[in-house]
Design a binder for this molecule. Structure first.
Ligand SMILES: [Zn+2]
Length: 71
């Protein structure tokens, strides 16, 4: 995951103010990701995340609901 990603996760534990998230399984993970270079949305193409703006390709642990919905 990267800062700014939108994720679906289960809060598995909260200890000393730190929140622990579980993203195991196809139902959890990144639902929306943004390019680490230019911050534009990443689109899923051939099982890879691609930035339409700069052509950057990235990987994430995706949720099966991954979409290209604008934030
Ligand atoms: Zn980009």
């Amino acid at each position: 995951m990267r800062v700014g990603d939108v994720i679906k996760a289960v809060v598995s534990e909260i200890r000393r103010g730190e929140v622990y998230l579980d993203i195991r399984g196809a139902d959890f993970g990144v639902v929306k990701a943004y390019c680490s270079r230019c911050r534009n949305p990443l689109y899923l193409r051939d099982r890879a995340l691609v930035c339409k703006n700069c052509g950057n390709r990235e990987n994430r642990k995706l949720c099966k609901e991954y979409s290209a919905i604008e934030r």
